[in-house]
Design a protein around this ligand. Structure first.
Ligand code: GLA
Length: 692
């Protein structure tokens, strides 16, 4: 028997194989002692056989094989060039054990070679894994799973993520039962509907306690997830590209990276592993030392109506509020008067900008802001010069259903990529631009992995040519958020909803995977344009201050009071961003479902900030204490209510925190919790803590 183990301070993963067969994960959980005998672990793992079963249980291997009578979904479904389904029997060839474990298996008769790569990051506690298939003759790939993991038995449900435009990161809880929970995203982009993530909480796990495992598939072209309970009770989790999205036959296929982690500290343990791994290993900022600048984005102020004097006025006002980067959104390019035309014609509109973008950019720079520009590179309108010249560049059939009146360009074509590179490159050369908002506002006519690879190639080429430019991934808001796109971009536009109440909830859920430093959050207009709700400026400002802060309203609508609140909250954010953008976001277990609360804890544990949002009126009359987490029990903390001035008159009592600073122990804060003053719904309390 062959055995391998991956270890970090938080978990051990043991893989063992029966003879030359593919290995299976026989242990995944708390670190095992160094001396644990893995042969024994493997023998002890094996389950019994009774009536109605095969005489030996097929392995739930990293690539379960149909040829081995596996009773569930196989990890590889492949056909030869004639379309005949193959039945691979992969056998051991070689194992490389270094910082990563690389396992080579092959089926010599069929001319197939399978490689799995697994590694664990000692600092982020993230297991990264991927699979690769190479063949002698061209084959058609229907399905290739990244290395398959078992899911825990002592778990009653799984949590995955759905959503919609303006309603991203909705959590689904589905009980485990015999059979499959199958999610397949066939939209061709990551999608609002199907964030590629899965959390399997142990029984009674909460945000702050209990065991959990979690997965994320880092791919922007649509994924498939299979969470299956086998007839014998074993559970498997498979992730890969959506099925059959490699349309052509080929000889090399590779999955994206599957990220997986185990936590003994509740959902937060998984969340902080994802947050840290994304921030510290995945995203590469052009200048890591540069603090995240406060954004201003003009979309909800002017839409397509670009007028230079107005934009200059807005820029001046945004700078006075504290903005440090001005992003010119959709509407700046030739003929773009509305969303029916001009996509792909990436030259500056001479009617709106007779002297080019220079005068606006100079003004923005004079206000000490950098300049960013919106593009939607993968798209074309039929009303455009590019489409008239190259109708064959569009993806899909002529009678396809358009999306937002537009078509997608075929990004697998080198000529399309060359054209897009030359246009975007020219604009980046002509003007001092340090930021691109890269949009993708429709689903593909059909899923196609080559499209995603083409987009990645264009992004890689542009980044190599312009290494100082940061890129934001947007797709009608949060339609393209995953670790694959974030290897090439630096921020996500979480949602087109700037409704602070909706954002409070969405940001809370997105923090299961995303750190603050990549999560864009803007203060929207007084009346939200996608929900019609009107929110107080304090609520809007503080909710934006939970993440990478920005503004997106027309600053001319602000009253003096609103402007002063915005200036103050922005100044507070700037004072704290250096540590907050590196902090762990810990979701708190709130005793009151109306209270959505999180604690951002500095990496050295010396300080924290708690955001306790009131998402509805509570059932009980007074606020329930809010327990904090991950503090040092014996240490003392000074806690202070940052925004006590926001207490409404109806908060008539004097809870201590309303009156001044408190010094209490970590044990007290984690055991009893913080007693908050009463407040209205759609308000938020902000509590700072310092270890003393
Ligand atoms: C999408 C984006 C918005 C904005 C518009 C512009 O909807 O999500 O933020 O950029 O496109 O057309």
């Amino acid at each position: 028997m062959r055995t391998w183990r991956l270890d970090c301070a938080r978990q051990t993963l043991v893989l063992t194989s029966d003879g030359d067969r593919l290995p299976e994960v026989v242990y995944w959980g708390r670190p095992l002692p160094a001396g644990e005998d893995l042969q024994t672990v493997a023998r002890a793992y094996a389950i019994d056989v009774t009536g109605g079963m095969l005489d030996r249980n097929p392995a739930l291997s990293i690539c379960p094989e149909a040829s081995d009578s596996f009773p569930g979904q196989p990890g590889l479904v492949v056909r030869d060039g004639q379309g005949v389904v193959l039945m691979p029997r992969l056998r051991f060839v070689d194992a490389e054990e270094g910082s990563a474990l690389v396992l080579h298996f092959a089926d010599a008769d069929l001319g197939l070679r399978y490689m799995a790569r697994l590694a664990v990051d000692p600092d982020t506690h993230m297991i990264t894994s991927s699979a690769r298939l190479e063949t002698d003759d061209p084959v058609r790939l229907d399905w290739l799973a990244a290395p398959v993991f078992p899911a825990p038995h002592l778990s009653d449900e799984m949590i995955d993520v759905a959503g919609r435009w303006c309603g991203e990161f909705q959590l689904n809880r589905t009980p485990w039962s015999a059979g499959i929970r199958f999610r397949e995203n066939r939209t061709g982009r990551t999608g609002h509907e199907h964030f590629p993530g899965l959390i399997v909480p142990g029984r009674e796990a909460t945000n702050t306690q209990g065991q959990a495992v979690a997965f994320h598939y880092g791919w922007s072209g649509g994924h498939r997830m299979v969470a299956e309970e086998l007839p014998d009770g074993r559970r498997q989790v498979q992730f890969g590209h959506a099925g059959t999205t490699d349309a052509a036959t080929g000889t090399v296929f590779e999955t994206a990276t599957l990220y997986a982690t185990y936590s003994a500290s509740g959902l937060n343990g998984c969340a902080t592993a994802f947050q840290r791994h994304l921030r510290d290993r995945t995203v590469s900022f052009p200048d890591a030392a540069r603090l995240r600048p406060v954004h201003y984005n003009c979309w909800e102020a002017v839409y397509f109506d670009h007028d230079l004097p107005t934009l200059k006025d807005i820029a001046t006002r945004a700078a006075a509020l504290g903005a440090e980067r001005f992003v010119l959104d959709d509407g700046w390019f030739k003929g773009r008067t509305d969303d029916r035309r001009a996509l792909a014609d990436w030259v500056v509109d001479e009617t709106k900008y007779p002297d080019g973008l220079g005068p606006l950019i100079d003004h923005v720079h004079a206000e000490a802001m950098s300049f960013g520009l919106w593009f939607e590179p993968e798209m074309v309108n039929t009303e455009s010069d590019v489409y008239r010249a190259h109708p064959d560049w569009a993806l899909g059939a002529a009678d396809q259903i358009p999306g937002r009146q537009q078509l997608a360009l075929d990004m697998s074509r080198p000529d399309v990529r060359d054209y897009l590179f030359s246009r975007i490159d020219a604009i980046l050369r002509d003007y001092a631009i340090d930021y691109i908002k890269w949009d993708h506002n429709r689903v593909l006519p059909a899923p196609d992995a080559a499209q995603t690879r083409g987009t990645y190639a264009l992004l890689d080429r542009l980044r190599a040519a312009h290494p100082g430019v940061e890129i934001e991934s947007c797709a009608s808001g949060g339609g393209r958020i995953d670790f694959g796109i974030l290897q090439r971009t630096h921020r996500v536009w979480l949602s087109d909803s700037n409704d602070a109440l909706e954002r409070l909830n969405m940001q809370h859920n997105a923090a299961l995977f995303l750190p603050a430093c990549v999560t864009g959050s803007h203060v929207g207009p007084r009346r939200c344009h996608t929900s019609g709700r009107t929110h107080d400026i304090t609520f809007r400002a503080w909710v934006a201050a939970q993440r990478h802060m920005g503004f997106e309203m027309d600053p001319r609508e602000l009253t003096e009071h609103e402007a002063s609140v915005l200036r103050d909250v922005t100044a507070w954010w700037k004072t704290n961003r250096a540590w907050m953008m590196q902090a762990d976001i810990l979701r708190l277990d709130s005793a009151d479902p109306a209270c959505i609360a999180e604690q951002q804890l500095a990496r050295d544990g010396a300080r924290f900030v708690v955001f306790a949002g009131k998402a509805a009126a509570s059932e009980q009359i007074a606020p329930r204490p809010l327990r904090l987490t991950e503090l040092v029990p014996d240490a003392y903390y000074q806690i202070d209510l940052v925004n006590r001035a926001d207490a409404p008159d109806l908060s008539r009592g004097s809870p201590a925190l309303k009156e001044g600073v408190l010094t209490v122990s970590g044990t007290y804060l984690m055991q009893h919790g913080v007693t908050l003053p009463w407040t209205f719904p759609d308000r938020i309390w902000v509590i700072e803590g310092q270890r003393i």
